[in-house]
Design a protein around this ligand. Structure first.
Ligand code: PMP
Length: 407
């Protein structure tokens, strides 16, 4: 059984007060909180073992190198990749996508080729592809979504031609909460010879992922959304593709031999890890994955689903509430507008009650444009949120509505 109170006790920040009020943290889509043991692990490494990885012959360096590689193995196991060589550490989802856009682009994209993304993508899964298209004379195509937040499957069918070389899609939309049918998308894309990058930034913490079962070509996520540190993320790529892709950045561990005439590159995964990596961050991420694994991702998912259903029902009851995105398959994110109150006003007035939500464009301007709004309010849930907190959110929203004279 998932014991939420026990989990909450692992996160010191959840006991904090803001403006003398109990903190209700509902901005987990932007970044989650870290449990004590992740922070303690990193502190332990800073205090006792800190030394650069891969380069030393001495005890401390070897200790950090081993811990860094253990974390790689933990990530591999967590997403069920076939090999450690397929796990590349980056600064986060954004950097992982940029790496693929550059390196896959160099290896495989020709003028006139198409990259297909969806209308509901985060900017991080739009802009690197636009930059690639500009560089290579390729064309960015966009699969629209329906007003209920589900992908327009028919349009996807029309747009997915043999010109498409790569499909970039969010597993879970950070605005609409839509859980996209990535398995089906991958199957269809592969049928026309396109590769697929899955942006799992909002999925990794909620949905058990098996990259081999999915058969995705790339999958990316950030440490800080799964209770790990900021500044570290993951790029999973199929070994056969990564082997064919050139390095992105030069220097450090990515080299094999440097000659002024010609430099040769290291093997995977190091070929893509130039410079001193954030190895303490990597070690912290490994600890976060252990923590989540100890709790059980399936147990977490079941608890979160039940909480999400409750939250959706409660929020919907509030008069004047408009929820954006009501896909049949949805996870952890509720974006809304309260009457015609400006999203910033709603956010600020909730904040004064100790409730942290996100407001604005949510790094997804095309999604805002779809609905003709300048911004939204977003409550995003994590495994440590409770029904009581949802009740506090709803009471808070009712107070905001009252202040604006809404009935
Ligand atoms: N994609 C999605 C779906 C996201 O939610 C986010 C973070 N909001 C990102 C990409 C970017 O992640 P990061 O800022 O950690 O690189």
């Amino acid at each position: 059984m998932f014991d939420v109170e026990k989990v909450r006790a692992d996160f010191p920040i959840l006991g904090e007060k803001v403006y003398g009020k109990r903190l209700v943290y509902l901005d987990n889509g932007a970044t989650a909180q870290r449990p004590r043991r992740v922070v303690e692990k990193m502190v332990e490494y800073y205090y006792r073992y800190n030394s650069n990885v891969h380069r030393g012959v001495h005890f401390l360096s070897n200790r950090c190198t081993d811990a860094n590689e253990e974390a790689r193995e933990l990530v591999r196991g967590f997403i069920h990749a076939a090999s450690d060589k397929e796990i590349i550490f980056t600064r986060g989802t954004t950097e992982s996508i940029n790496l693929v856009a550059y390196s896959f682009g160099e290896a495989f994209i020709q003028p006139g080729d198409e990259i297909l993304v969806t209308e509901m993508e985060h900017h991080a899964n739009i802009v690197p592809w636009q930059m690639l298209c500009e560089r290579k004379g390729a064309v960015l195509k966009v699969v629209p979504f329906l007003d209920n937040g589900e992908l327009d499957w028919e349009a996807f069918g029309h747009l997915l031609t043999e010109k498409v070389k790569l499909v970039g899609v969010a597993y879970v939309s950070n605005v609409l909460g839509t859980v996209n049918p990535v398995g089906k998308i991958i199957e269809r894309a592969h049928a026309v010879g396109a590769k697929v990058l899955v942006d799992a930034a909002q999925a990794i913490q909620h949905i058990p992922i098996d990259v081999q079962a999915l058969d995705c070509d790339f999958l990316v996520f950030s440490g800080h959304k799964i209770y790990g540190p900021t500044g570290v993320g993951v790029l999973y790529g199929k070994e056969c593709l990564l082997e064919q892709m050139p390095p992105w950045q030069g220097g450090g561990e990515m080299i094999k031999e440097v000659r002024f005439e010609k430099t040769t590159y290291n093997e995977l995964p190091f070929k893509f890890e130039a410079g001193t990596p954030d190895f303490i961050g990597v070690i912290g991420l490994g600890e976060a994955l252990k923590y989540v694994t100890d709790l059980g991702l399936r147990e977490i998912a079941a608890y979160e689903h039940e909480l999400f259903v409750y939250a959706t029902e409660r929020v919907k009851e509030i008069p004047g509430m408009r929820i954006f995105g009501e896909a049949a398959s949805k996870s952890s994110v509720i974006s809304f507008a309260l009457g015609d109150i400006h999203h910033s006003d709603t956010g600020i007035l909730l904040d004064k009650q100790g409730i942290a939500v996100r407001t604005g464009q949510l790094c997804a301007e095309p999604t805002m444009q779809h609905y003709g709004v300048t911004g939204m309010v977003r409550a995003s849930l994590a495994m440590y949120n409770t029904r009581e907190e949802i009740d506090i959110l709803c009471e808070g929203l009712k107070k905001v509505a009252n202040m604006f004279g809404m009935k």
